[in-house]
Design a protein around this ligand. Structure first.
Ligand code: HEC
Ligand code: HEC
Ligand code: HEC
Ligand code: HEC
Ligand code: HEC
Ligand code: HEC
Ligand code: HEC
Ligand code: HEC
Ligand code: HEC
Ligand code: HEC
Length: 338
């Protein structure tokens, strides 16, 4: 999922820089020095880290950036203007405010690049380039400044936050369509890290994720949630009921494990048994229901046709008679048979 790294040569830009380029003055934090250095450019610190820490914001925002990062650039910067971030009329957006620097942070020294000089540093959201400057927390803070509420309310302390995942591990900003926001392309983003689930969704019985008809985010909130496994609802069952409401009941005759936890019998991502079942029938039922009291027949050759016990094992096995395994509303459905 790594983007191709852009290696823009500074050689592309010297001409632009020949035009007298006066750096903005007085942007440094230390006001007491601003008088003495008034006519001079603030001195560019040496290390990338220092440059990023000491920089101020540019005066002309995106206009400054776009002199160098134009349509000729190797890294396609411009598609961002087709996204919601570039809606200037919406005063909450970056482009209604500090523009590029709302995300990339102050670019004072970076934009002062002289002919033949290596560009000064700026946050790139790429851990390789940013070296030790930018931690996941720092990257995420740049986004959370505007996105801390709503679905991200549980981000702090969430699994993804605590393992150092960044917003940009999932989101693309400089593209017209962010792949993680679309049902069909989202699973690939998640599955690039979650290999086991990739195998599971390709099993014989699965939710229609592999056909591009369902997204991981229909059950999970990747930004954090109150459930253990980032589910969109506090419990597994509540999550399943958002689509399978008929399984909620209420039933006249309940089947205890159903109301308790759907994953007692089903696996959510995929199974090699029909109907996403965790085990094949009748073994599934026999985990809890013993042979004593009721003719629950062991899964052995002796019980196969033409034996009279075959009805317990072939076709839908126990379900041949107990078809209402999720619960029954029939007055005489106490044995879940109608
Ligand atoms: C004077 C030309 C120039 C201007 C103005 C300029 N850049 Fe750059 N920028 C470059 C060059 C050259 C590179 C790639 C080479 C490098 O990183 O040394 C680059 C790289 C970047 C990178 C990637 C950094 C990295 O470490 O790979 C980002 C992000 C960036 N610029 C953002 C901006 C923003 C935001 C602005 C406006 C505030 C801006 N640039 C203004 C020339 C410029
Ligand atoms: C909403 C936040 C946001 C805004 C606004 C934004 N960027 Fe970016 N930019 C990013 C992120 C995040 C990346 C890392 C790659 C990605 O996710 O697309 C990036 C990547 C880049 C890169 C390539 C970095 C590299 O490693 O080579 C350049 C250059 C760049 N941006 C320049 C700009 C310029 C110029 C503007 C203003 C016109 C701008 N960005 C506005 C978030 C933003
Ligand atoms: C200056 C504030 C600001 C910053 C900084 C910012 N955003 Fe946004 N972002 C917005 C606004 C405003 C919207 C539009 C929300 C809406 O339309 O409801 C938006 C929309 C989005 C969307 C939804 C896009 C869509 O098409 O629905 C995503 C995803 C997003 N931002 C991610 C990020 C990430 C990741 C970062 C950090 C790299 C970031 N934003 C930085 C203000 C910001
Ligand atoms: C593990 C992947 C992942 C990470 C990490 C991630 N997101 Fe998202 N984000 C998503 C998915 C998936 C959606 C679509 C959710 C949906 O359709 O309900 C989304 C939607 C959004 C939206 C737009 C929809 C909304 O809820 O308003 C914004 C804004 C957003 N994310 C911001 C962020 C920010 C900020 C961060 C970092 C703190 C972040 N995301 C980290 C996967 C991720
Ligand atoms: C950059 C890699 C990465 C991406 C992309 C990613 N995840 Fe994760 N995710 C992790 C890591 C690492 C963990 C914590 C370790 C683990 O449980 O595998 C995690 C944990 C989770 C968990 C919780 C597991 C638990 O045991 O509590 C869920 C659910 C999850 N991710 C769903 C998603 C979804 C949905 C997406 C896509 C929207 C996604 N992830 C994208 C790396 C990623
Ligand atoms: C139909 C709902 C549903 C969908 C769709 C779904 N999940 Fe899950 N996922 C669950 C449930 C429920 C659990 C918790 C299982 C448990 O606790 O036994 C879970 C658990 C996980 C875990 C933690 C696994 C573990 O063993 O701890 C990860 C990681 C995960 N899902 C990733 C994904 C990814 C990636 C996708 C998209 C390809 C996805 N899920 C789609 C319902 C879903
Ligand atoms: C976002 C909606 C949604 C959620 C949430 C959801 N499902 Fe599904 N489920 C579906 C769809 C769509 C199908 C496929 C129906 C079809 O193929 O006709 C399905 C099918 C099933 C099937 C039958 C599969 C088969 O092969 O016959 C089972 C069992 C199932 N879901 C269990 C669950 C469980 C358990 C949960 C909670 C962890 C859950 N579902 C959450 C939408 C959802
Ligand atoms: C005691 C085991 C068990 C539990 C617990 C269970 N199911 Fe099932 N479920 C089954 C069996 C067995 C089938 C196969 C039915 C068939 O083949 O006719 C099935 C089939 C399904 C189907 C597909 C056929 C249909 O009836 O729509 C869905 C959807 C489903 N279950 C959802 C759920 C949900 C949601 C929960 C939790 C509320 C749940 N199940 C709990 C055993 C169980
Ligand atoms: C996780 C354990 C568990 C699994 C798996 C399970 N059940 Fe049950 N079942 C129970 C419990 C607990 C009861 C309630 C027993 C009681 O009330 O005495 C019950 C009740 C029943 C009853 C009604 C019994 C009565 O006395 O009213 C039938 C019939 C039944 N289950 C059939 C099945 C079938 C068929 C399957 C397989 C699809 C199955 N069960 C899977 C735990 C389970
Ligand atoms: C040929 C039809 C049939 C099949 C197949 C069948 N059952 Fe039954 N089951 C019944 C009938 C009828 C009763 C009610 C017996 C009674 O009331 O004495 C019953 C009762 C039960 C009970 C309640 C026991 C009790 O003492 O009241 C359970 C639990 C049960 N079955 C589980 C299973 C399991 C597990 C399987 C699969 C191995 C299965 N059944 C297969 C017909 C069947």
């Amino acid at each position: 999922m790594q983007q191709n790294r852009t290696v823009l040569s500074f050689l592309i830009f010297p001409i632009i820089l020949l035009a007298a380029f006066h750096a903005p003055v007085g942007l440094a934090e230390s006001d007491e020095f601003s008088i003495t250095i008034k006519k001079e450019k603030p001195k560019k610190p040496e290390t990338p880290a220092e440059q990023i820490e000491a920089a101020g914001y540019t005066k002309r925002g995106a206009d400054t950036c776009l002199r160098c990062h134009d349509e000729e650039s190797e890294y396609p910067v411009l598609p961002i203007f087709k996204t919601k971030h570039a809606v200037v009329a919406d005063e909450r957006t970056p482009f209604a405010g500090r523009q590029c620097e709302a995300c990339h942070g102050p670019g004072e020294f970076h934009t002062q690049t002289e002919e033949g000089e290596e560009a000064g540093s700026i946050v790139s959201f790429n851990p390789v380039d940013d070296d030790l400057i930018a931690t996941p927390e720092r990257y995420n803070r740049l986004c959370l400044n505007c996105h801390e509420k709503d679905a991200r309310i549980g981000w702090q302390g969430s699994v993804h936050e605590s393992v150092g995942t960044t917003c940009t591990n999932c989101h693309r900003i400089h593209v017209e369509h962010d792949q993680v926001l679309a049902t069909a392309s989202q699973p690939d983003v998640c599955l690039s890290c979650h290999k086991q689930q990739r195998a599971e969704i390709h099993r014989a019985s699965a939710h229609p994720i592999r056909f591009g008809q369902m997204a991981c985010s229909e059950c999970h909130n990747p930004h954090g949630s109150v459930s253990d496994t980032l589910l969109i609802r506090p419990t597994i069952n509540e999550t399943c009921y958002t689509c399978h409401a008929e399984k909620r009941g209420p039933f006249l005759w309940e089947h205890a494990p159903v109301a308790e936890d759907c994953t007692t019998c089903h696996v959510p991502h995929g199974s090699s048994h029909p109907a996403l079942l965790a085990r094949r029938l009748p073994l599934l039922c026999q985990q809890c229901h013993s042979q004593t009291g009721h003719p629950s027949v062991a899964y052995t050759a002796g019980a196969l046709p033409p034996s009279g016990a075959a009805g317990f094992l072939v076709a839908k096995s126990c379900l041949n008679c107990h078809s209402q395994v999720h619960g029954s509303n029939h007055p005489s459905g106490i044995k879940l048979s109608r």
